[in-house]
Design a protein around this ligand. Sequence first.
Ligand SMILES: [Zn+2]
Length: 253
Amino acid sequence: MTAWVDSHSHVFMADDPLAAVDRAVREGIAWMLVPGVDLETSVQARTIAAARPDRVGWAAGLHPHDAQRWEEEAGRLSALIVEAWAVGEIGLDYYRNLSPRDDQRRAFRDQVQLASDLGKPVIVHTRDSFADVYEILAEANLGEQAILHCWTGGPRWTKRFRELGATFSFAGPITYTTGDTVRRGAAEAPPERTMVETDTPYLAPEPHRGEPNRSEWTAFNGAMLAEIWGVPGDEVARITTETAERVFGAPRG
Ligand SMILES: [Zn+2]
């Protein structure tokens, strides 16, 4: 069976996270990276990784939706980030604007700076915020350690972030009938700097759109990339796994 790495799974939201990890492994997932979205879920991500060290990596960070809590959580989150594989999920969301944009920019900048100081990758959520995300990542100059999670940019933004040296990660939207822009963007993503993910439990790919997502469905997103790039699925699995292990490190169970 072809093995995939799910570069972004909030598996702590499953009823039984460890059972969900074990099922994904049986169904062809080599390992998954579990990013927190705040202090509490980053601790949960660490606990899951500790229980399945050969199958789970983890990241700690404050999501843009909760950026207004940065002052409050910064101290404890920063301590957790020192132990984590990566900093995330962080970023800017100007679509939902659940935290004020100034707060979002402050929390994002601070966490990017922390990652840069520690030499760790960042996992970046970008929604209706390409220009500001670009500016902050360009200042930090992280190269391939800047991971654009659930990348939905079209060709123009994909080329700009490609020139920045960023890594792209594709989720369910690449499979949607409405995903034409995403697919045209993916055609411009460098295969050696591309990963696949589910963003579980969100964004289930076709033919499961609307259901709670699961890590093993990473394969549907990988299959679509294979179609776009015109290469065999096995080759996409191999190269995206290589990228995940270069950028995040391999599980050390
Ligand atoms: Zn996410």
